[in-house]
Design a protein around this ligand. Structure first.
Ligand code: SF4
Length: 378
């Protein structure tokens, strides 16, 4: 049975972080129309996943913790009316530390079905948070985690960013120490990247702030691997680490080729055959009254695209890329192509092979996307 999930995109933020290239904005535009527009989209697009049972609901953004308890419950209640959700559904809320005061966390725990928190800490140091233009400070970061633990949230993950100019190895180790001392079972950690059209890109180009040094990011990644090993965390996806049994069910759906329906402006959906993207424009989104107006682009994946996607996502995970799966789904010709390309990566120690499964070696993990692209067929 395949896994299926729902993603809800909440594009509001209090302030735009310098590195951010998500569809999000620091204003309340159309705020009073937004939740009803979401419910309307859920009604309009309810058949996209057929009758599949829903295993996960994920509120991402943007900053979903800006929604109040009534709004969250209204959306979750509606999802329950429309989809087959169960009491075991993993329901995650992405939250910024400055929103998670004791009262809000208590209300989330007691008065909503949210059972997993993803806290966007990024760093426990104020100078890093300032560089990133995050709205919270290190005290908010610590307090939010303590509040969540006190309120009884046992299923939690924290985001940390490395490769920030000024983040020394000592500070990075300290960030990781603080995280591991909380005994939280899941960590997502990303290398800071400079995306086009972000404030970070503009500020670096104008020499207003320091640029990223690639060697430092690589060193931070090595430290991250070392520390997660020490704490018995499994590096189960390039940017994700967890104790056994604490993997993100929702994100695993993306990595294992499962199906998902995304609601909200800019959200993506995939049902095994079709992949589609919603319009990234709030005005158009709230004014849309048909699926065609909400969905901006739609594509049916060719067999080559499906193969490329499988190689790309599977090589990023600890499950690896299985040539038996390639044979069953794509046929022998794709296995031959894969094995031919794999030979050179095995010789230079980037790939490890156990029976039919190929995985990236520890040192190759930072270059996962580049290596995977060598296997692409067009
Ligand atoms: S809080 Fe998240 S979505 Fe909002 S601007 Fe910052 S990185 Fe982007």
């Amino acid at each position: 049975m395949s896994l299926a999930g729902i993603y809800i995109h909440i594009p509001y933020c209090k302030q735009k972080c310098h590195y951010c290239n998500f569809y999000s904005f620091a204003s309340n535009n159309y705020r009073e129309l937004f939740v009803d527009a979401l419910l309307n989209e859920i009604n309009l697009r309810k058949n996209f996943l057929g009758k599949e049972k829903i295993n996960t609901v994920y509120f991402g953004g943007g900053t979903p913790s800006l929604l109040n308890i009534d709004e969250l419950n209204k959306i979750i209640q509606h999802l329950g009316d429309v989809f087959d959700l169960s009491d075991e559904t993993e329901t995650t809320l992405e939250a910024n530390p400055d929103d998670l005061n004791a009262e809000k966390i208590h209300d989330l725990k007691k008065h909503t079905p949210i059972n997993r928190l993803s806290i966007g800490v990024q760093s426990f140091f104020d100078d890093d948070l300032l560089y990133l233009n995050r709205i919270h400070n290190s005290k908010h970061a610590i307090d939010s985690i303590e509040n969540a633990i006190k309120a009884g949230f046992h299923n939690m993950t924290v985001d940390l960013i490395y490769g920030i100019p000024g983040l020394t190895e000592k500070k990075w180790r300290e960030n990781l120490r603080i995280f591991f001392d909380f005994n939280i079972k899941h960590l997502s950690s990303y290398s800071l990247t400079v995306e086009p059209k972000t404030a970070l890109n503009a500020l670096i180009n104008k020499n207003k702030i320091k640029n990223i040094v690639e060697e430092e990011s690589i060193r931070h990644f090595e430290i991250l691997q070392e520390e997660s090993d020490k704490h018995a965390f499994i590096h189960y996806e390039i940017s994700n680490f967890a104790r056994e049994g604490h993997y993100s069910k929702h994100n695993s759906i993306y990595w294992l080729g499962g199906h998902y329906s995304g609601f909200g402006p800019s959200a993506h959906s995939f049902n095994g055959k079709t992949r589609q993207w919603n319009v990234s424009n709030m005005k158009q989104y709230v004014e849309s009254d048909t699926v065609d107006k909400i969905v901006r682009e739609k594509e049916t994946l060719t067999i080559q695209q499906q193969y490329n996607e499988y190689v790309m996502t599977s090589l990023r995970t600890s499950w690896g890329c299985d040539t038996l799966h390639i044979k069953n789904v794509f046929g022998d010709s794709f296995v031959k192509l894969f094995e031919k390309e794999a030979e050179k990566h095995i010789l230079n120690n980037k790939l490890l092979k156990t029976e039919s499964v190929y995985k990236l070696s520890k040192q190759a993990k930072l270059f996962a996307d580049g290596i995977a692209s060598d296997f692409f067929v067009f």
